[in-house]
Design a protein around this ligand. Structure first.
Ligand code: ZN
Length: 269
């Protein structure tokens, strides 16, 4: 079956490739992965939102089991229902995962066409998969109504930290809250931006440490003023620019808010 490719989706892939700051080769590679046909995946008879590569039935099982609970969890934390169809593709081999995502390191990935891929890498045990599913569903929810441009502009620290927070540590399993807090206080941390900005590696932070630190900061924003936080998330989901929504809802700019958070952490026993 051939696929017609919408102009908007092509634009989304180009914007995304540009935003991740990949080299031009990697960008073209990435765009190819986004438009690869997923027709060879089999829709699960148990839940047609989950598709698996022939041979990936075993990994599909915990995905199927986790999905209903993860949807409830993500919709509660994002203050609304999913408005796009949920489609999760479970790869049976790392080669499959690489062909659809352009990498073989991540546990899951949500692409600009709003399809979620789950990796069969050994770290994705049946116990870990529910967290990965909730993490990717958070990404999907956050950008489901945004334009491709706005989705690509979402700050990396916020996108990943929020997904880790909502999924109770999905993607940040290797680092505890206490370890992340100590690292921040010791200066081994990142500088948050209101644009897409850098990922953790730019600051010398492994992914789990970067995600956990960002999740701590986002949790502190939510704990400080739950109503403002709710309005902020709804603003972002409606496509409002990050800096504008942040300033309006928290009555402060991002960097001073971050600096105050770091000072507070340092005062904790
Ligand atoms: Zn993520």
């Amino acid at each position: 079956m051939t696929h017609s490719v919408s102009g908007a989706a092509v634009a989304a892939a180009f914007v995304l490739a540009g935003a991740v700051g990949a080299s031009s080769c990697a960008s073209i590679d990435r765009i190819v992965t986004v438009f690869r046909s997923t027709d060879a995946f089999i829709a699960s008879p148990e839940d047609p939102r989950v598709f698996y590569e022939p041979g990936a039935e075993a990994l599909a099982r915990p995905v199927l089991a986790a999905l209903p609970g993860a949807i409830v969890e993500v919709e509660a934390a994002t203050y609304g229902p999913f408005s796009v169809p949920i489609r999760i593709y479970v790869c049976g081999t790392l080669d499959c995962y690489r062909r659809f995502t352009g990498n073989d390191r991540s546990g899951g990935q949500t692409n600009p066409r709003r399809k979620i891929f789950i990796s069969p890498k050994p770290e994705n045990t049946a116990a870990r998969v529910p967290f990965v599913v909730a993490h990717e569903l958070t990404h999907l929810h956050l950008v489901q109504r945004c334009s491709a441009y706005r989705a690509a502009q979402m700050p990396s620290w916020f996108n990943e930290g929020f997904a880790a927070l909502v999924s109770n540590g999905g993607g940040a399993e290797g680092v505890s809250d206490a370890e992340a807090a100590r690292a921040i206080v010791a200066g081994w941390t990142f500088t948050p931006t209101t644009e897409h900005g850098f990922s953790g590696s730019h600051f010398g932070l492994p992914a789990h440490m970067f995600y956990r630190q960002a999740a701590l900061f986002i949790a502190s924003l939510r704990a400080h003023d739950a109503g403002a936080f709710r309005a902020f998330i709804l603003d972002l989901e409606a496509g409002r620019p990050f800096a504008q929504a942040f300033g309006d809802r928290f009555h402060s700019r991002l960097l001073p808010t971050w600096q105050a958070f770091v000072r507070q952490l340092a005062l904790r026993p």
